[in-house]
Design a protein around this ligand. Structure first.
Ligand SMILES: C[S@@+](CC[C@H](N)C(=O)[O-])C[C@H]1O[C@@H](n2cnc3c(N)ncnc32)[C@H](O)[C@@H]1O
Length: 293
């Protein structure tokens, strides 16, 4: 289990908006527990609240079980290893607040063996749930050139995706591509550095991660199902990190009009102060859905 921490994003904004919500604040669902940063703040700010926390990464749940005292887990915090799109585990429970903080946690990104990062060399893995079979290595070494190009184009918005796909297919004829650094160097060689400080493999790695973890379909399925678990007047907070996700959430919140509506028209972004304290927050966007009272 990795002990690294994760700085919770826009947590002040979430606490303050949830505080102002009318009606009860007794139950909360954290669908993406990570290192429990948001859960901890919600618990501190609303002492009587009962929280259910999910994560598809067993490492996150193991961390939660060791970090929160047993007494707290008996009375106020239920932790479960599951994908939020598979909400059957929740039974008839309903919630006053739900949070979905998408993407990867800092410990996932910074632990080389998880294979998410082009900065730390590791196996080409990228599974949030290591119990699932599909890895990034499998995609990179078995997909057709055209399918790889489509993946980088659609999920990474990489304009020269065909060039990367061709380089991968050529390289893997010589030797299977198994390491993150191998792939990152290959992409950098073929796309070149356009902006200093922005690794050319960033978008291709993101596309692979989204595909391995089925992030967009799971987000859609999860939001559609979980919105029905919100109590009247309840708030659903969603934090996204890139435009494809944000567009999906914006569209879904409007499409779910039979249940309620977006609380604000405008998206909420981290303050300058938060971005300077936590550069990983810079691309975050928060949207909130209000279940009809
Ligand atoms: C950005 S982190 C959350 C950090 C957390 N809010 C905190 O403050 O510590 C995202 C977490 O969500 C988990 N996750 C992503 N997609 C998921 C899904 N479909 N079901 C359950 N957990 C998911 C990841 O494994 C990761 O631990």
């Amino acid at each position: 289990m990795s002990e690294q921490l994760h700085k919770p994003i826009m947590v002040k904004e979430i606490i303050s908006i949830f505080s102002e919500k009318k009606g009860s604040k007794e139950t909360f669902l954290d669908t993406t527990f990570g290192r429990g940063g948001h859960t901890r703040k919600v618990m501190e700010s609303f002492p009587g609240i009962e929280i259910t926390a999910l994560d598809q990464d067993p490492d996150a749940i193991e961390y939660g079980k060791s970090a929160f005292p047993e007494e707290v887990q008996q009375k106020k915090l239920k932790l479960a290893h599951t994908n939020f799109a598979n909400e059957d585990i929740l039974g008839n429970a309903t919630f006053d607040g739900i949070l979905m903080d998408l993407g990867v946690s800092s410990p996932q990104l910074d632990t080389a063996t998880r294979g998410f990062s082009f900065l730390h060399d590791g196996p080409l893995d990228m599974r949030m749930n290591p119990q699932q079979p599909l890895t990034a290595e499998e995609i990179v070494n078995t997909w057709e050139e055209r399918d790889l190009a489509d993946l980088f184009y659609h999920l990474g918005e990489v304009r020269k995706s065909f060039r990367v796909a061709k380089a991968i297919v050529t390289a893997r004829k010589e030797k299977r591509i198994t390491r993150t650094k191998e792939l990152a160097d290959l992409i950098a060689k073929n796309l070149g550095w356009r902006k200093s400080g922005h690794h050319p493999a960033t978008e291709c790695f993101m596309a692979l991660r989204l595909q391995v973890n089925q992030e967009l379909p799971n987000t859609e399925k999860g939001i559609r199902k979980l919105v029905q678990k919100l109590n009247a007047g309840g708030y659903f907070f969603v934090i996204t990190f890139h435009s494809l996700e944000d567009r999906l959430v914006k569209r879904l919140f409007l499409a779910l009009e039979e249940y309620g509506k977006p609380l604000f028209k405008k998206v909420i972004k981290p303050s300058k102060e938060e971005i300077s304290n936590n550069p990983r927050s810079r691309s975050a966007k928060l949207r909130i859905f209000e279940r009809a009272p």
